[in-house]
Design a protein around this ligand. Sequence first.
Ligand SMILES: [Mg+2]
Length: 200
Amino acid sequence: MMDPKVILIDTDGVLLNWRDTFDAWMMRQGIYAKGDVRQYDQTVRYGIDQEKITHLILMFNQSANIGYLPPLYDSYKYVRKLYEEHGYKFLVVSSLSKDPYAQKLRTKNLKMIFGKEVFEDFIYLDTGADKTEVLAELSKIYPGAFWIEDKVGNAKIGSELGFDSILIAHPHIKTEDTGSTPIMKNWKEVYEYVIGETWI
Ligand SMILES: [Mg+2]
């Protein structure tokens, strides 16, 4: 195998399907998404205030659910292919929670699905925390690396720091906001972009 090349990667909405599991957990509390369900911002999706939704997200992210999120779309197939056939490894940058046990559960969840060998490392920040500082540090170690996100702001920060940002398509992503950052409809497109095949 070739020397590992490192891809920086978000987790929720990129490697794992956070949203559907969150919605299912919310329903068990008797809370239903009654706002604009296409949006990224959960206050808009649920139509409840910031303080309450932040508390609920924190509860969910620190619950046992976080150890059992399913892979997003076709992520498993192409993460494995990028590792096995092209020598890429993944460095997770996730604003999950400061709780060390929630972090351990996420790491376990990711290793269980994708295999521990595909991961270079795991960096965890507070729930919903800004990634600018960590990305700035990582840009010195992995200049120009791929950076895969589903949050437009984080992808843009990555591009400004010289990373090759990629967005995973979700209903909340509006093409007019994304500038020149490519939006991939699925992981097959991510794979083709990373290995340099055409993706349009
Ligand atoms: Mg995300």
